[in-house]
Design a protein around this ligand. Structure first.
Ligand SMILES: Cc1cc2nc3c(=O)[nH]c(=O)nc-3n(C[C@H](O)[C@H](O)[C@H](O)COP(=O)(O)OP(=O)(O)OC[C@H]3O[C@@H](n4cnc5c(N)ncnc54)[C@H](O)[C@@H]3O)c2cc1C
Ligand SMILES: *[C@@H]1O[C@H](CO)[C@@H](O)[C@H](O)[C@H]1NC(C)=O
Ligand SMILES: *[C@@H]1O[C@H](CO)[C@@H](O)[C@H](O)[C@H]1NC(C)=O
Ligand SMILES: *[C@@H]1O[C@H](CO)[C@@H](O)[C@H](O)[C@H]1NC(C)=O
Ligand SMILES: *[C@@H]1O[C@H](CO)[C@@H](O)[C@H](O)[C@H]1NC(C)=O
Length: 566
């Protein structure tokens, strides 16, 4: 489909406005060749006449009589034709043109590099043998990405944006043989605006890289990004999955830590979602649209992120309880009392057993449900007042021990048990279950008041399966129920994970609190939100990426021939 919206991408102001208009008035009609759909024809003609979008629209009326102005607000999967991607020849020509613009050393296709960009090893389901990218491309700037996308669009080649590669649900799989955009060369910190508490970064800057940079500058050492997630993750990946981490209880997820985004659309158009003020009611919230879109709507190339001020004084506490119920009741009371906790992490007794088992930390704990808590403030006196309150709430909820670190080093040591939890679990699985034991990391979230009963139901359900599990939860009622399985238990584990997500959804929860949907949870997303909501997402997707080039087959299906049940 060629319309004036899709050709001649230009750069500069005004493109975000055009992107909004695209969302508002126009989205590609899926089956052009079937003529007018049922009774929509007359209405379509009428709306053309009246001019739904007045004069604006008139100049974009498709000329072929076979094309329909789509009246439906949603795009169900069955109304789509399969996507048409470029041929082998197109792919070759596409690469030649890209090389001409950004240089030979920005394109790679060695076996080692292709393998490196095929799977990160964390995803429970592996990509199929043919699901490999054909080329890896290394852009360095927004302009590079814009040029690349114009050429990719011309040849209709599937493209997967790929940053830190730490996502956990097969987000970066090349389900269609095409191009991977590795953002590692887009790693410049462009501005740090100390007085505004924000930073402008290229999309491939890592969260650790940004924090390290800040910690080394004279007037910035007390600033940091509010989100932390997998080591190695980049800001653009975090934006794209709406990542959280331990800091989210206090600072919110990426959605709360992003001010504005510069991005390249499927046809190469460069847009900016907002200016740089904290406050804005200026037009559609395209920042919010791109956050969590998992590379399916645009390639994020620059981000303005908020910087948070590290507390001048911070203490840590580890509190153990006889039951998970006591833990979650304490958590609820902390929040209701208005305590400004910087982190609250819940570890169940199995997880604590694993920590005790590990020699990665020297400290030993009882095998009981435990809260790891961080609390900060202006100075020691204030923080000690808070700690008193934390202690009294914990005692009211029957805590059996309350340990509180008085120095930064002690706090670091206490919290290291939480920080290393993943590695300790892997270590435990390897030694105690089987050398080829794998861990399936789940990611449900429920309203806090439902946390204890949901956990009880999940534990009850898991008794039906001969697989060990451990639970890690964040203070925002986000549970990682981590299950060990051996390769022969894969199907069984998949069934358990599926039931687990459905049980969470039945408890008014979500199948993904912070990791996203990727290739692994598409069916669950539909269970959670319903077919019509997904069809609305599909409508948005097709409005912005009519050829379905950007990260195909992720979040929801866009190909009616896609028979995968996930
Ligand atoms: C050990 C470990 C611990 C983790 N802990 C947490 C945690 O505490 N909290 C949490 O939220 N997550 C956690 N994660 C998950 C992971 O770190 C996050 O999902 C993270 O946001 C992924 O970022 P990335 O840069 O690695 O993105 P990638 O894995 O490279 O990509 C993620 C998604 O973003 C898209 N994308 C990448 N770059 C762009 C771009 N420039 N434009 C548009 N789309 C793009 C990709 O196509 C993909 O869909 C953890 C992972 C690991 C391995
Ligand atoms: C991106 O490419 C760089 C350079 O080749 C490589 O070191 C890095 O591991 C790649 N990123 C991922 C997530 O594989
Ligand atoms: C991002 O995550 C937060 C916290 O989980 C959630 O409230 C918000 O709705 C999410 N935003 C988007 C745009 O996905
Ligand atoms: C828009 O979305 C972003 C990201 O989800 C969020 O931080 C912001 O508060 C929202 N609203 C406005 C007006 O930008
Ligand atoms: C913790 O591990 C030690 C050995 O490392 C063991 O002696 C002890 O009994 C364990 N504690 C609990 C509560 O399991």
């Amino acid at each position: 489909m060629i319309s004036k919206f899709h050709v001649l991408p230009k750069q500069g102001m005004g493109h975000a406005t055009r992107m909004m208009r695209q969302l508002r008035c126009f989205s590609t009609p899926p089956k052009y060749n079937e003529g007018l759909r049922r009774s929509t024809g007359a209405l379509a003609a009428l709306s053309l006449g009246v001019g739904v979008c007045l004069g604006l629209y008139i100049s974009y009326v498709p000329h072929s009589s076979k094309q329909v102005f789509p009246l439906a607000s949603i795009t169900p999967l069955h109304e789509l034709n399969p996507p048409q991607y470029g041929s082998e020849e197109d792919l070759k020509n596409c690469i030649i043109e890209i090389q001409k613009i950004i240089g030979d050393n920005s394109v790679a296709d060695s076996e080692a590099e292709i393998d490196h960009h095929t799977d990160n090893g964390f995803n429970p389901s592996k990509p199929l043998p043919h699901q490999k990218p054909r080329y890896v491309i290394y852009p360095e700037s927004t302009e590079d990405v814009s040029h690349i996308m114009q050429i990719i669009n011309k040849y209709s080649i599937p493209v997967v944006p790929y940053s830190g590669g730490t996502a956990l649900e097969g987000h970066t799989y090349s389900t269609r043989p095409g191009i991977v955009l590795n953002t590692s060369r887009m790693n410049k910190i462009l501005q740090v605006n100390v007085d505004d508490l924000d930073a402008v970064v290229q999309a491939g800057v890592g969260w650790q890289q940004l924090n390290e940079h800040l910690s080394k500058q004279k007037d910035m050492e007390n600033l940091m990004l509010g989100c932390d997630c997998g080591p190695g993750a980049h800001i653009c990946g975090m934006v794209s999955t709406n990542a959280s981490g331990i800091g989210a209880t206090r600072y919110g997820s990426m959605a709360s830590n992003v001010i504005s985004i510069k991005a390249v659309l499927a046809d190469g158009t460069v847009i900016k979602t907002k200016q740089r003020p904290r406050k804005s009611s200026a037009g559609y919230n395209l920042t919010g649209l791109l956050v969590g879109s998992e590379g399916t709507l645009a390639v994020v190339t620059e981000v303005v992120v908020k910087l948070q001020v590290k507390p001048a004084y911070e203490a840590a506490a580890v509190v153990q309880f006889p039951s998970v119920n006591d833990c979650t009741r304490s958590m609820a009371s902390f929040f209701k009392s208005g305590l400004p906790l910087n982190a609250v992490e819940l570890l169940d007794s199995d997880m604590m057993r694993c920590i005790n088992y590990s020699d990665l930390v020297t400290k030993k704990f009882e095998n009981m449900p435990t809260l790891f808590i961080k609390i900060g403030g202006l100075n020691r006196i204030i923080v000690e007042e808070y700690i008193k309150e934390v202690k009294s709430i914990s005692q009211a909820n029957h805590c059996s021990s309350f340990e509180f670190a008085r120095s930064a080093e002690e706090a670091e040591e206490l919290f290291s048990a939480r920080k290393n939890a993943l590695y300790m679990m892997l270590d435990y699985g390897f030694n105690e279950i089987s050398p080829d034991a794998k861990m399936w990391i789940t990611d449900c979230a429920v309203p806090l008041s439902r946390l204890a009963s949901t956990l009880e139901q999940l534990n009850e359900m898991m008794k039906e399966y001969p697989m060990q599990h451990m639970v890690l939860g964040h203070g925002d009622a986000n549970l990682h129920y981590d299950i060990f399985y051996t390769p022969d238990q894969y199907e069984m584990c998949r069934e358990a994970v599926d039931r687990m997500a459905k049980l969470t959804i039945a408890n008014e929860g979500t199948c993904s609190g912070e990791h996203g949907i990727g290739a692994g949870k598409r069916a669950l997303l539909e269970t959670e939100l319903g077919e019509d909501t997904i069809s609305m997402m599909r409508k948005l997707k097709l409005a912005l990426d009519p050829k379905r080039l950007l990260n195909p087959d992720k979040v929801f299906k866009t190909d009616p021939l896609d028979e995968n049940t996930k």
